[in-house]
Design a protein around this ligand. Structure first.
Ligand SMILES: CC(C)(COP(=O)(O)OP(=O)(O)OC[C@H]1O[C@@H](n2cnc3c(N)ncnc32)[C@H](O)[C@@H]1OP(=O)(O)O)[C@@H](O)C(=O)NCCC(=O)NCCS
Length: 193
């Protein structure tokens, strides 16, 4: 019997005093804090982190066959380690402009979701696409090549990118949504307690 491996995206809150740091120091702090989330994700797989290097585009490079992804936003950071390509993104759900809404997905894609709340739906699609884009390394410039193909339920959808169908698993917490994209993996979220 084939057992689907579990991955454990870890989300950590940003300490309140990080807001007092200068913008540059805050970004460095958030980046380090996201690596702490990644370390905890690796710990759950009983894997010791290798060198966390990136390619010239800024995309994480795998070590010893393990892939990693981090995300850092003002209130929360996240990190995930996986035995296959993986991407993670999180965002606070907030108002978004009509232009960004139209740019992020086509009418056909939005129609797949039925009658969900507009802001929530926007950030579901946005974080799903960002998570999938992170697996490829090209970043936001490939957004138009990324299409939501199926909305399975409130926390699962399928995004097509580079000829592959990427399952995306999502979680809602404290006004935020997080997405994890990976093939043939079971996602077990680790949320702040
Ligand atoms: C590069 C990109 C993936 C960054 O996403 P983001 O949402 O800005 O930032 P996140 O905090 O979620 O992710 C940052 C991490 O992505 C990773 N990353 C950077 N470039 C990457 C690339 N080309 N491919 C994959 N991962 C990349 C890095 O590990 C980075 O963390 P680090 O600098 O601490 O190592 C990209 O899609 C991008 O530029 N997005 C623009 C975001 C934007 O316009 N947002 C508007 C919100 S409505």
């Amino acid at each position: 019997m084939l057992i689907t491996p579990a991955i454990h995206p870890v989300i950590l809150p940003v300490p309140a005093d990080a807001r007092d740091l200068s913008p540059q120091r805050r970004v460095r702090f958030l980046s380090r804090h996201a690596r702490e989330a990644l370390r905890r994700s690796a710990e759950r797989l009983q894997v010791e982190l290798g060198p966390l290097e990136k390619d010239p585009r800024g995309a994480p490079l795998p070590f010893r066959g393990y892939f990693w992804s981090v995300t850092h936003k003002p209130e929360y950071v996240g990190g995930v380690l996986a035995p296959s390509p993986v991407g993670m993104d999180l965002e606070k759900i907030r108002p978004c402009s009509e232009a960004l809404f139209r740019q992020t997905a086509s009418e056909e894609e939005w129609a797949l979701a039925g009658r969900s709340g507009r802001e929530q739906l926007f950030f579901r699609y946005w974080t799903a696409k960002e998570a999938v884009l992170k697996t490829g390394g090209e970043g936001i410039k490939d957004l138009s090549r990324c299409r939501v193909r199926k909305v399975i339920d409130d926390t699962h959808l399928i995004v097509e990118y580079s000829g592959a169908a990427w399952p995306v698993e999502q979680i809602f917490f404290d006004g935020h949504v997080a997405s994890a994209a990976g093939q043939a993996v079971r996602v077990e979220w680790a949320l702040p307690t």
